[in-house]
Write a protein that binds this ligand. Structure first.
Ligand code: ZN
Ligand code: ZN
Ligand code: FE
Length: 755
């Protein structure tokens, strides 16, 4: 037998997911000698043996890949045998090699669920995990990723766990959170009357009973506390709304399993794959069978997820409900609670019971949220089980700190040619969230040994993220909000060239001091030029308008039809008090506190109000979401509009009013309106192509979370001959801004612009 040798380089999500032990077991199983090691670009394997054995080994890598691992690049090179006698796992050579190993949290695997039914030490033990599953980022305090650097450090491994942890062929080899009933953490249930139930089976039964009885229970999750209740009990769901101070925003549900979810929700193959993936995000799905009305509040979709902690599975075994409401454990817009004592102080008094455990959560992560459009995953909130996976850039971003935007904030740091996005932080206008931001930046600095050299922030001087960056005492760059959105999508696809950027969102400060948000840009990573935009309309009352979509309706109608609007179209103003109308008309006529906006979000607000769908908004983007929900997607027709230096919807409003008067259904009008915006996208893109020859189009901005708008724009642009890019793994809302800022700053630095 001739001995040959090969060097295999693998890129992808292959670190911190039990990949090296997997390779070790596979290589020894095939009788190969060699090494496996991590470095900051991925995993490198050296093997020597017969070419047949190596061939089988290579085939098995892809065939038997651990669930949470994924391979993006696989290169095999010839090498020379070294005469090695065995296979070994090499230690990481440097700190920068260890940094990329911070894995996101992984849902409990089927093997562990099986162990919980068969292994005496782990019978029904809810903290069972292995190298393929369990908590990661949420429990990591520092690097290198070792047990004593995690919140598991206080639990001393029992001899049996230690044996598994050190047994190189064991599934728990180097599984840092390894634990069993003898040595690991435990749950306890605090009841209203002051009693504490510590017996696991007892507390499981009591929790199930409480939920069935229609009360609210606080439950400690993986990245923070949850509040949970019966989604078929409208009274309880209403109580939950009151408790959280949450008006109309739909609640997420956790279903017993995929089959049960399928009974209540429509899902295609891509959606089911996402729902059942090891990341277990909340997936937005169309409702088939109704829940209590207060759960989804008029929308036709709901956020659904499947059990991801062992405890979730165990609860459903006892529970006589197909699903539970599982919403973040916080009051109004504060960050989710992670601390046991805070939960007892803030949540316990408001709920019937608090289910907690004694392993600390170090890094707060919310449940991630995603939907599927054009068969592609679209992240809306990138947090649990996604953060802090790095994003590969085509640029050196070392030492760059990107502050992000204001709402749905997320920041980013550059390490070598990778961007590491923080978990979802939230709305920085909230004091507690700002503290979470500051603390997380500090933690990322330490965890990733990040030494900021250059900061980059939004142009908006009042964003608290901008202020934070300006106080870091390092050079600071500003990137215009919508340029950052487009750059975010470009970074996701490794684009670094001039192209057409179409960015629709709610708000962002423009270069001219107006509010932008319906933008057609010609840009590369370095520069951006505004080619065209939605017509400027006054936003009466500034930011406050977002809670009152009818004011935007009045602003649009006033813009096109002047002060006569009330006389000409009295039917659209029914129910709006005279004084309120007068006050807004005063703002519009005088321009007092009424900045100009070209925002797509505000346009959708105005139309939603015009159709009487949403005149008062209870949560962010409710009006556009409700407008999308009623749209008849079979409608092919569209309204007229004008496109030149700006895109004007005067004719659109005229025709919509006509349709309204003629009694055309809201579903049809909404469908036609969506088509109109899509046509504006395609026509303007064609104009830009005519003048510049550019044929790549990048779509980004929060408005592209509208599935109809996104899918149809992509489809029509493609059939018009454009190559289209839209965000997938990075949110198109402001949660993706930091990545764009980072990419722009890296490019500018490469070009040598800032000193
Ligand atoms: Zn496992
Ligand atoms: Zn143990
Ligand atoms: Fe934005």
């Amino acid at each position: 037998m001739k001995t040959v040798a090969k060097k295999i380089k693998i890129k992808g999500l292959v670190q911190g997911v039990g990949f090296r032990p997997f390779i070790y077991r596979l290589a020894t199983g095939h009788g190969l000698a060699g090494t496996v090691e991590n470095n900051n670009t991925g995993v490198e394997i050296f093997v020597e043996s017969s070419s047949t054995a190596i061939g089988n080994f290579i085939k098995d890598i892809e065939r038997k890949l651990p669930e949470a691992a994924s391979i993006s690049k696989f290169v095999v090179d010839e090498s020379s045998p070294l005469g090695l006698k065995s296979f070994t796992i090499a230690k990481s050579r440097s700190l920068s090699d260890e940094i990329t190993e911070v894995s996101p949290d992984i849902a409990v695997c089927t093997n562990c669920l099986h162990d919980m039914k068969t292994q005496p030490r782990r019978l029904a033990y809810p903290f069972t995990n292995c190298t393929n599953c369990g908590p990661r980022f949420t429990i990591i305090r520092d690097l290198p990723y070792d047990r004593d650097k995690t919140t598991m450090s206080v639990f001393e491994m029992c001899p049996d766990c230690k044996k598994e942890y050190t047994g190189i062929l064991d599934r728990r080899f180097h599984a840092q959170p390894v634990a069993c009933a003898v040595c690991g953490p435990h749950y306890s249930l605090l009841l209203k009357d002051g009693r504490t139930v510590n017996d696991f089976s007892g507390l499981l039964n009591t929790t199930a009973q409480l939920l069935q009885d229609g009360v609210i229970v606080a439950v400690k999750g993986l990245g923070g506390y949850h509040l949970t209740c019966d989604p078929f009990n409208n009274k309880t769901v209403d109580e939950l709304r009151l408790l959280k101070g949450r008006e109309g925003k739909p609640f997420a549900l956790m279903f017993k399993d995929a089959q049960t979810a399928g009974d209540y929700l429509f899902m295609n193959t891509a959606e089911e794959q996402l729902l059942t993936s090891w990341r277990r995000p909340i997936v937005l799905l169309k409702i088939k069978k109704p829940f209590a009305p207060s759960v989804s509040t008029g929308l036709d979709t709901i956020g659904a997820m499947l059990p991801y902690m062992p405890f979730h599975h165990q609860l459903f075994e006892k529970l006589d409900l197909p699903a539970i409401v599982l919403t973040s454990g916080n009051i109004s817009d504060e960050p989710i609670i992670i601390d046991n004592s805070e939960a007892i102080k803030k949540l316990h008094p408001l709920t019937a019971a608090t289910l907690t455990y004694n392993r600390e959560i170090h890094n707060r992560t919310d449940d991630s949220v995603a939907f599927v459009a054009s068969d592609k995953v679209r992240l809306i909130r990138r947090s649990r089980s996604y953060a802090p996976s790095p994003i590969q850039l085509q640029l050196n971003a070392e030492g760059i700190f990107a502050a992000g935007a204001e709402l749905v904030n997320c920041f980013a740091i550059g390490k070598n040619d990778q961007a590491i996005l923080s978990q979802h932080i939230g709305d920085l206008q909230n004091l507690e969230t700002l503290e979470f931001y500051t603390e997380s930046v500090e933690r990322f600095r330490r965890l990733f040994r990040f030494d900021p050299q250059l900061a980059v922030a939004d142009k908006h001087p009042d964003y608290l993220s901008t202020r934070f960056a300006s106080e870091m005492g390092i050079p600071l760059l500003f990137v215009q909000h919508h340029h950052a959105h487009i750059a975010s999508c470009m970074a996701e696809y490794g684009l670094d060239e001039k192209l057409i950027g179409i960015c629709f969102d709610g708000t962002g400060l423009g270069d001219d001091g107006n509010i932008w948000g319906g933008e057609f840009l010609v840009c590369d990573l370095n520069e951006s030029r505004r080619f065209s935009h939605f017509e400027n309309i006054r936003q009466p009352g500034g930011d406050a308008v977002t809670r009152h979509p009818w004011r935007m309706m009045l602003a649009y109608l006033h813009h096109y039809f002047g002060n006569e609007v009330r006389k000409r179209f009295p039917f659209v103003f029914e129910g709006i008090p005279d004084e309120a109308m007068e006050a807004v008309l005063f703002l519009l006529n005088s321009g007092v506190n009424s900045p100009f906006t070209s925002s797509a979000g505000r346009l959708f607000d105005a139309v939603s109000a015009l159709l009487g769908i949403c005149r008062r908004s209870g949560y962010h983007a409710e009006a556009p979401m409700q407008l999308e929900a009623v749209a008849d997607s079979r409608t092919e027709a569209a309204y007229a509009f004008e496109s030149g230096k700006t895109v004007s919807f005067g004719k659109t409003f005229e025709e919509m009013l006509h349709d309204l008067q003629a009694g055309t259904s809201k579903a049809t009008i909404s469908g036609k309106f969506h088509n109109t915006v899509v046509q504006a996208v395609v026509e303007t893109a064609k104009k830009i192509r005519g003048q510049t020859g550019l044929q790549k189009v990048v779509l980004s901005g929060g408005s592209f979370q509208n599935r109809i708008l996104l899918e149809r724009s992509e489809l029509k642009l493609k059939s018009a001959g454009f190559t289209v890019y839209s965000q997938s793994g990075i949110p198109s809302n402001d949660g993706g801004i930091a990545l764009g800022q980072l990419a722009v700053a890296a490019k500018k630095r490469e070009l040598g612009l800032p000193d």
